[in-house]
Design a protein around this ligand. Sequence first.
Ligand SMILES: [Zn+2]
Length: 64
Amino acid sequence: MKKKKIKSLLIGLCRHCNKQLMNTDSFVSFADKKSAHFNCYKKDTEQQQEKYYANGRKEEVSLF
Ligand SMILES: [Zn+2]
């Protein structure tokens, strides 16, 4: 029986929550060599989309 050892390496700090990001976490890397937890990235993207839609609604309302 072979034991699989996963070495956890510190990737850096998450650009969203500023907590330590390990290679054992699911994470995303960006073009500027920064990384983030996948969950943080997902949350942030969803929030940005909500903002976008909110702004769209505001603009729509001001038009009428
Ligand atoms: Zn994070």
